[in-house]
Write a protein that binds this ligand. Structure first.
Ligand SMILES: [Fe+2]
Length: 193
């Protein structure tokens, strides 16, 4: 099974906790995909590989981004951990051999999101926050919402992340704000979500 090969590769790239998280996101994403009529296989692969670049040092992420002309801005330069999503998509293609653009896109967008997200993008984004092992105030509620209303769950993920960053005095990436606005605009008006 392909996942076995992916897991072996991941073992060389991620710490034990991160690998455990990746497996949990794989399973959560596959479950949500079943609920929302999305290809479970795509969701499982994107969930499993979403953090494949997460344990690289920041300098290396910046170097990979530069070498491969991945665009990044001041916020990402100060906070290179944000680059693990697009760099992860690159590694998923190069090192894991993933060619499915929808899967690569979901990996690339799993941290900052985008104004326009596909169902698969949304599922991987929400699964990352709602997976077993995540522990923050409101996570149980998020898990419940995720099974009932994906849009609302996605909004909840952005709210939690943005509020936490503000409390910590961290930078907020404009893409995250645009993505959050995108959800509200997409669901407005007259659509109860
Ligand atoms: Fe991540």
């Amino acid at each position: 099974m392909q996942h076995k090969y992916y897991i072996e590769l991941l073992q060389g790239m991620l710490g034990e906790k991160r690998l455990e998280h990746s497996l949990a996101v794989r399973d959560t994403a596959a479950g949500l995909a079943g609920l929302y009529g999305v290809d479970r296989r795509q969701a499982a692969v994107a969930g499993l590989l979403h953090d494949c670049a997460r344990d690289l040092p920041g300098e290396e992420m910046l170097a990979i981004a530069r070498e491969n002309s991945l665009p990044f801005d001041d916020v990402e330069e100060i906070n290179p951990v944000l680059l693990h999503a697009p760099v992860g998509a690159l590694l998923a293609r190069r090192q894991f051999g993933v060619q499915d653009q929808a899967v690569l896109r979901a990996i690339a967008l799993h941290t900052l999101g985008d104004e326009k997200m596909t169902l698969l993008d949304k599922i991987v984004f929400v699964a990352d926050k709602a997976a077993p092992g995540r522990n923050f105030p409101g996570v149980e509620e998020l898990r419940q919402i995720a099974r009932q209303n994906l849009e609302r769950a996605l909004l909840c993920c952005f709210d939690v992340a943005i509020i936490l960053s503000v409390r910590r005095g961290e930078l907020i990436h404009p893409k995250a704000v645009q993505a959050r606005n995108g959800i509200i605009i997409f669901n407005h008006p007259g659509r109860n979500f």
